[in-house]
Design a protein around this ligand. Structure first.
Ligand code: ADP
Ligand code: MG
Length: 270
């Protein structure tokens, strides 16, 4: 059976998508789960934050190669197998996380949207390569374009991330509605929207308080949780380290561990 795949998205940048992807992976791995992180944003932020190092001199195998056509314009079932690799963290639970990294060359795949079966490429390439994992978290780019569509065609579930700000919440709603409307068109009618995590919340900012209220009206119980804005999160992301390696991070670690609990409950076979 394939891993349960979750596409983490929002139609806006800065929505804390990558932080949610990386910290959920960390919390899930800490609780014993085997997690794949598929970086599907050409910015490659998830890859770097997981300690992966790009080497421009000897271009490595990345998501761009995982979904690349061969010279006959064919995608081979399971061709992503060669691209999964370990992450750079040294924490013991990091062994349970593996990565398909991304670099800017993934953008080349986006331009191939018109080619035969283009949006099914990822589903086909992943086939059989994640059977030994519990979950795959797909970090989507801030767009509803071809890369995100490929991710949604391969995923079982979609989870939104949002800042507690108007444009971000509006873009999370667009992601939710896009997921809701696109399953059939993407050949994936069972695709299910899970909910939204609000990240970077600062209760001292009036607009955040107001927007969180607004988000509760829109999403109700589908708001999985609220991650407070904390320097330790920025620092862990900056240094490319697990939160577990950053001192005074216990409060936010507990928040992500709680999110992981809900994740493990809701991300289950139908
Ligand atoms: N809870 C938080 N507290 C403080 N900074 C955060 C928090 N969550 C995310 N950040 C920071 O916010 C910035 C944007 O987050 P990121 O995950 O890169 O967004 P996206 O992937 O949606 O573009 C990053 O610098 C990240 O480290
Ligand atoms: Mg990102």
């Amino acid at each position: 059976m394939p891993a349960l795949r979750v596409a983490i998205g929002n139609n806006k940048g800065g929505a804390k998508k990558t932080t949610l992807t990386v910290r959920l992976a960390e919390a899930l791995a800490k609780s014993g789960k085997r997690v794949g992180v598929l970086d599907f944003d050409p910015q490659g932020n998830a890859s770097r934050r997981l300690g992966w190092q790009d080497t421009p001199e000897t271009p490595p195998l990345t998501a761009a190669e995982a979904v690349e056509y061969d010279k006959h314009q064919v995608i081979h079932e399971g061709q992503a197998a060669q691209v999964w690799q370990p992450i750079g963290w040294t924490a013991p639970y990091a062994e349970r996380i593996r990565l398909i990294p991304a670099r800017y060359t993934l953008e080349d795949r986006a331009t191939e949207a018109g080619m035969k079966g283009a949006w099914r490429r990822l589903a086909k390439a992943l086939h059989g390569t994640d059977d030994d994992l519990d979950y795959v978290l797909i970090d989507c780019p801030p767009s509803l374009g071809h890369l995100t569509q490929m991710a949604l065609a391969a995923a079982h579930f979609a989870l939104a991330s949002s800042e507690p700000e108007y444009d971000s919440i509006e873009a999370a709603v667009r992601y939710r509605d896009f997921v809701g409307n696109s399953g059939d068109d993407l050949g994936n009618p069972d695709l299910r929207f899970l909910g939204v995590v609000v990240g970077g919340y600062d209760m001292r900012i009036g607009a955040h308080v107001g927007q969180l209220d607004g988000a509760r009206d829109i999403f109700g119980d589908a708001i999985w949780g609220v991650v407070p804005r904390r320097a330790v999160v920025t620092n862990a992301d900056e240094y490319g380290e697990p939160l577990g390696a950053i001192s005074d991070s216990h409060e936010v670690r507990a928040v992500f561990e709680l999110l992981a609990q809900r994740f493990m409950k809701e991300v289950a076979p139908a």
